[in-house]
Ligand binder design. Structure first.
Ligand SMILES: NC(=O)c1ccc[n+]([C@@H]2O[C@H](COP(=O)([O-])OP(=O)(O)OC[C@H]3O[C@@H](n4cnc5c(N)ncnc54)[C@H](O)[C@@H]3O)[C@@H](O)[C@H]2O)c1
Length: 373
């Protein structure tokens, strides 16, 4: 009989697609998920898209007791449950993401659990502002963009040494410069998994996903996720705002590709390593917005208002050559992800007042600011 895999956060976006791939490959699957809002509807019911064959355990990764309810008979863990938001409740990021991960490793050691491998979900966000080339100073790592530059509508980062222009380099796994509560907690998760894993002989890999796209991404979070922000607004006839000038580059990756990458990691030899999981192609936010508009078939357009979101990086494009050497490559494309997302949310009633309130709130609390220059 095939091994049992525990997927934490398995009721969510990436988790549910990962469960589908695991079932296709004949694994037995269990989920540990607390069905938290705003991802879920607050009813405590499991989403209908989850396969009946999955064993579902409702619980919180911040609780060792809940982990214990889920770990019986498990050989592999794909740890995706996480707190993700833009709000400044810093401690919750660490309670869920860091302590939640530490609980798993503590229990494996304490109870001598026969876990063969752990896959920890990390994020491209751990790279911070990223990696650039300066003609005078070689490879440089800008320390985030200055508020005074953003206020003047100067979007491109500059060389931290000479202040001159720099060119973007793809992000490679040797880098890290987490700069907000989410990315610091994700990088901490990586360290817990890779360092404590190695110390206690628990094979672990960390996966740095780029922005993931596709069906089942919760439409209830009104603050983040470029596809859901654009689609939910365009569907209601609201022209979404594009931050900065829309020239930000990203390498969107399909959720199905991410799910395949997670499952591939279980039984290969990779251990105590980090892998980028990206789309392999740089696309600007403006190109993405055009593709969404075409996919939905609306004519709302979008607005470029000179606003920017605090903490956003200018460009984030991952180098995926390392994971490609293991036999994985992205098969999806943005048109397909947009189609799948639109089909999925087709019959869902979006609360217009809630979206407008969320947009206002982001401005009110200063998460979105307007350039003066
Ligand atoms: N979606 C992306 O673009 C993206 C990009 C980079 C990294 N990631 C990482 O991938 C992972 C999965 O993300 P996703 O987009 O599928 O998110 P999601 O919000 O759709 O799913 C997360 C799931 O975790 C559950 N959960 C949250 N807190 C929990 C807790 N304390 N205990 C148990 N379950 C809990 C939620 O109920 C939800 O079902 C996360 O670790 C996230 O940081 C996602």
């Amino acid at each position: 009989m095939k091994s049992r895999v525990l997927v934490t956060g398995g009721a969510g976006f990436i988790g549910s697609h990962t469960c589908d791939v695991l079932l296709e490959k004949g694994y037995r699957v269990a989920i540990l998920d607390n069905l938290s809002e705003p991802v879920h509807d607050g009813s405590g019911r499991w989403p209908k898209y989850l396969d009946r064959r999955i064993t579902k355990i409702k619980g919180d990764v911040a609780s060792k007791n809940d982990w214990m309810k889920a770990l019986g008979g498990v050989s592999f863990v794909i740890h995706l449950a996480a707190y993700q938001d833009l709000v400044p409740n810093f401690s919750r990021f660490f309670e869920t993401n860091a302590v939640g991960t530490a609980n798993l490793f503590e229990l494996i050691v304490e109870k001598k659990l026969p876990i063969k491998k752990v896959v920890v979900a990390s994020s491209q966000f751990v790279y911070g502002e990223g990696k650039y080339e300066c003609r005078k100073h070689g490879t440089v790592f800008p320390q985030g963009r200055e508020e005074k530059d953003l206020q003047r509508g100067k979007w491109e980062p500059v060389c931290p040494t000479c202040g001159g222009g720099i060119s973007r380099l793809d992000l490679t796994e040797d880098g890290h410069d987490p700069r907000n509560q989410y990315s610091i907690s994700k990088y901490t998760q990586e360290l817990i998994g890779l360092r404590l894993g190695k110390l206690y002989n628990i094979p672990t890999v960390a996966m740095r996903y780029s922005i993931v796209q596709g069906s089942r991404q919760s439409y209830r979070n009104c603050y983040s996720g470029v596809l859901r922000l654009f689609v939910t607004r365009m569907k209601l006839g609201i022209a979404p705002v594009i931050f900065e000038d829309g020239g930000q580059l990203r390498d969107y990756v399909s959720v199905k590709d991410v799910a395949r990458a997670n499952v591939m990691m279980l039984e290969n030899r990779a251990q105590y390593e980090t892998f980028n999981v990206g789309g392999g192609m740089a696309i600007s936010v403006l190109e993405f917005a055009n593709a969404v508009q075409k996919g939905i078939g609306t004519k709302t357009g979008y607005r470029i208002t000179g606003e920017y979101r605090v903490g956003d990086t200018r460009h984030s494009v991952s180098d995926i050559s390392k994971i490609k050497k293991l036999g994985w490559r992205p098969k999806g494309n943005i048109e397909e992800s947009i189609r799948e997302y639109c089909a999925w949310i087709k019959d869902i009633k979006i609360d217009k007042a809630k979206l407008i309130a969320a947009d206002r709130k982001m401005r009110k609390v200063g998460m979105v600011r307007k350039a003066k220059g």
